[in-house]
Design a protein around this ligand. Structure first.
Ligand SMILES: [Zn+2]
Length: 287
């Protein structure tokens, strides 16, 4: 197989019927799955213009019609091309439309020059499947992780998993206010269960990886959350967590500090805050 090229979108074959392209300015990976009767796009790029270029490029790979586009999550570099697909089925997690049209979602859109925000036509709660003719695609949500509304797209045969930003190869996994540091490791276990030893995993950014990488990243995420739980129990404030002498952290300091802040915020939201432990006897009433 040789790469199929058309500026500015160049599709690289991953497995038979499955392609990936990497689009700037965010180096986001978008996917294309081509069956005998229809094609499915994974993520839409960072602007309506880029979405249109993606759509036009499908014709360089196949003559079958593009029938579906799936958003792995609401972030701008994956979702803001959605306006280029008003006449086909567009699929997102059930929370994505509300997130995209929320006040912060609209602010982000305006920062990227968008006056209107397109939303998916089909909302997925947990799982959906689409038959493209000879290729079957499964779309699943495994609880909050990178965002509250991540979808993973699995092509069981020939064995490709589009993980969106749940998996990041080009740098540390990214955190925002919708991230669940507590549940993300569980999501990674679910992704792992979808993989065979030879499954190709396409991350949201960076090079293709495999199941071992999912396991490695999940372990790092679990360590951060577990250490934050322990620190909170020790009465350590979020600002002091990174420098605790007994702990080591995966990934770089800037990123880990963001992840710590998010983990502490989640713990606080569930009623767990740092407090210095006292012996029970100190709490007894005194005469
Ligand atoms: Zn993202």
């Amino acid at each position: 197989m040789s790469p199929v090229e058309q500026s500015p979108v160049t599709w690289r074959p991953v497995r038979d019927g499955v392609y990936v392209t990497t689009l700037e300015p965010a180096s986001v990976n978008c996917g294309l799955v081509v069956g005998s009767v229809g094609a499915l796009l994974v993520d839409t790029g960072s602007s309506p213009e880029q979405g249109a270029a993606l759509r036009a490029s499908v014709g360089t790979v196949t003559d079958v019609p593009l029938r579906h586009a799936v958003l792995t999550h609401h972030h701008w570099d994956h979702a803001f091309g959605l306006a280029a697909f008003p006449d086909i089925e567009t699929i997102g997690h059930e929370t994505v439309a509300a997130t995209l049209t929320s006040e912060s979602g609209r602010t982000t859109a305006q920062e990227h020059g968008l006056q209107e925000v397109a939303v998916p036509s089909t909302a997925v709660s947990v799982i959906a499947a689409r038959d493209l003719g000879g290729l079957h695609v499964e779309i699943g949500h495994f609880g909050p992780g990178h965002t509250g509304g991540d979808l993973a797209v699995l092509v069981p045969e020939p064995g490709v998993l589009f993980a969106g930003d749940l998996v990041e190869q080009g740098g540390p996994p990214q955190v925002d206010e919708t991230t669940s540091m507590r549940n993300w490791p569980r999501v990674m276990e679910s992704l792992l269960s979808l993989c065979k030893p030879d499954t190709v995993v396409i991350p949201g950014h960076g090079d293709a990886v495999d199941a071992h990488f999912i396991s490695w990243e999940g372990t790092g995420l679990d360590a951060i959350h577990g250490q934050c739980e322990w620190l909170v129990g020790q009465g350590v404030a979020a600002a002091d967590a990174y420098d605790h002498p007994d702990l080591q952290w995966p990934w770089d300091e800037t990123w880990v500090r963001q992840a710590i802040a998010q983990a502490y915020a989640e713990l606080a939201a569930s009623g767990v805050t740092p407090s210095v432990r006292t012996l029970p006897i100190q709490a007894l009433p005194r005469d």
